[in-house]
Ligand binder design. Structure first.
Ligand code: B12
Length: 509
């Protein structure tokens, strides 16, 4: 119980509190980009946007310190300084979160936990003092009010989906920006589609909720003022969930912003129907977007129909990907094997699709049943769940009993990864992509780290690692055929190298 009578107590509104915002360690996965970040001398992908947003919602009088375990350590002197620890995290950070919470409790701190891990699994953390779950815009104010009144409850949860127009600018100044590869901003939450394996709609709803362009410009201005000049990732569930508002509000504002601050590339996540809208693609490219992540899932229409991925059904998906690439947007893709309708031929079909589409960064995963999804409920009803999911859908594990048999599925999965991340094949994919891709008009600034990354790639990929000849072949090809895309070719070689290392370590051992 918290009170205001001791060094670590605080019940009155005016009490000054030292709060440690802690982000647990992420494992070495596809999404950690760890083996690519080393080339540019960065320690982690991006700062924890959830915690930085929460920081901006806390009373101004509180002193705040961010400890992101992906780029630094939690030191005894941080624990001694703090009164309160606020911990965030995703399911994959579960073990690190447990260790962190243990250390905070041993140091006598009150622990408040929130974010996706705890929203899903709070019962498994009995040592946490207060849970502030779901979206903090709704649950944090009552917690803070109760705390100030000296009677905070153990659990705050609310499924209300707030509008985002009051969400404050995240407090990036708490993080050491130099240590990160990119910055994240969030424009919207929610997705209009209803894929049965995805929990986005159960977490954030069907109706995309958006920030105003004014909010986003204020966020970008803040990052710029803090000296950020590299890539910015719009971490939306589906950036094009509200096309009309995008075209009339956000994109015109971003286009104007890019003119004032040239050279900040944007990336985001979208659905395949982007390929239908030439105007939207052109506006995105003009605004500075040069890369999108798309859930392709499977080239098999029956599989798409089984998981209710209606937006990908009945289309020529390779042609769609190429259309998007020609508009100046690199496509990264998510793929899934393990649908009930998957036949043994699916593995070769996935390989053929990935190779011919020129999707260099292909995140291929086994189907997992995530609690809260329709897939989970169906398989539970059929008695086909087998234990908790790891939370990382590309670690080669699954928590469901596949129709084709676990052994066959695992073998086929390994076959896909061994093929697409064999140097010969991914270097070939890079060329397939570069042939199609229209170079973006917005040129990212070449920074010292980029020169360093190139030199490191010459050493590691050109001299030490397997696939050296392919690396030099690509550089020669790019020099003569697409010189304007030379630095992109190098970046893609580094990124594919990361995927190769991750998959070899976790799946192809
Ligand atoms: C950006 C993003 C990433 C980034 C990581 C960013 C980072 N630095 O952590 C990348 C691309 C690297 C990533 C990777 C993964 N991700 Co991800 N990712 C997202 C995404 C799209 C946005 C997250 C975000 O920044 N949101 C914006 C901020 C403002 O929202 P927020 O973090 O949720 O915070 C709000 C509340 O949760 C709350 N809150 C958050 N923390 C705290 C703490 C306290 C104390 C309090 C009070 C409140 C609070 O307040 C905030 C304001 O409302 C979400 C989907 C989504 N819409 O949230 C998925 C999501 C978080 N990811 C998810 C997953 C599963 C993954 C992966 C495991 C996927 C995979 N297959 O490998 C990997 C794991 C990463 C790794 N290295 O191993 C899941 C997590 C599910 C879960 N229950 O944990 C989500 C929810 C997507 C989903 N469909 O389920 N991801």
């Amino acid at each position: 119980m918290i009170s205001c009578d001791g060094r670590r107590g605080y019940a009155q509104r005016k009490c000054h509190i030292n709060v440690l915002l802690i982000y647990p360690e992420c494992p070495d996965t596809f999404w950690s980009f760890k083996h690519a970040l080393k080339f540019i001398g960065k320690r982690a992908g991006s700062p924890p946007l959830g915690l930085l947003t929460v920081a901006a919602m806390l009373p101004a009088a509180w002193s705040k310190r961010l400890v992101d375990l992906n780029e630094t350590k939690l030191r005894p002197k941080d624990l001694a300084w703090a009164d309160l620890a606020m911990v965030s995290g995703m399911v994959v950070q579960r073990e690190s979160a447990r260790r962190v919470i243990g250390r905070c409790k041993a140091a006598g701190l009150t622990v408040v936990a929130g974010g996706p891990l705890f929203t899903i699994e709070h019962e498994d953390f009995p040592e946490v003092d207060h849970f502030v779950l779901n979206e903090a815009e709704v649950t944090l104010p009552p917690f803070l009010a109760d705390l100030a009144a000296g009677r905070p409850k153990r659990l705050y949860s609310d499924v209300e989906r707030p509008e985002l127009d009051k969400t404050p600018v995240p407090q990036w100044e708490l993080s050491n920006l130099k240590r990160y590869g990119w910055m994240s901003v969030q424009y919207s939450r929610g997705c209009p589609f209803q894929c049965d394996f995805c929990n986005v709609t159960s977490l954030f709803g069907h109706r995309p909720r958006v920030k105003t362009s004014g909010q986003i410009i204020a966020e970008l201005d803040r990052l710029y003022a803090l000296g950020w000049r590299r890539s910015v990732f719009f971490v939306d569930d589906n950036f094009i969930g509200k096309k009309a508002v995008l075209k009339t509000d956000l994109l015109p504002a971003l286009i104007a912003w890019q003119k004032r601050h040239p050279g900040t590339p944007f990336t985001t996540e979208v659905s395949m129907n982007l390929a239908d809208d030439e105007e939207l693609m052109a506006m995105m490219a003009e605004a500075g977007f040069d890369q999108v992540f798309i859930g392709v899932e499977t080239p098999d229409d029956t599989g798409l129909s089984e998981c209710n991925k209606t937006q990908n059904q009945g289309r020529d998906l390779v042609a769609d990907v190429k259309r998007i690439q020609r508009a100046g947007l690199q496509v990264q893709g998510g793929f899934i094997v393990g649908f009930d309708s998957d036949k043994p031929s699916i593995f070769q079909r996935q390989i053929d699709f990935i190779q011919s589409s020129g999707i260099v960064t292909a995140m291929v995963g086994l189907l997992q049943a995530v609690p809260g999804t329709r897939l989970y409920e169906r398989l539970k009803g059929e008695g086909r769940l087998c234990g908790p999911m790891s939370g990382d859908n590309v670690d080669g594990t699954t928590n469901l009993v596949p129709r084709m048999g676990a052994e066959r599925l695992r073998d086929g999965y390994r076959k896909i990864l061994a093929h697409i991340y064999a140097p010969k094949n991914y270097y070939r994919r890079i060329r397939t992509f570069l042939r199609e891709y229209r170079a973006p008009k917005i040129k990212a600034r070449v920074q010292f780290q980029d020169v360093l990354a190139f030199l490191r790639s010459v050493f590691h990929l050109g001299m030490v690692r397997k696939g050296r000849l392919h690396y030099w072949g690509l550089l020669a090809w790019a020099t003569f055929r697409r010189p304007e895309l030379f630095s992109l070719a190098v970046r893609l070689a580094i990124s594919a190298h990361h995927c190769r290392v991750v998959f070899r370590r976790h799946v192809l051992r």
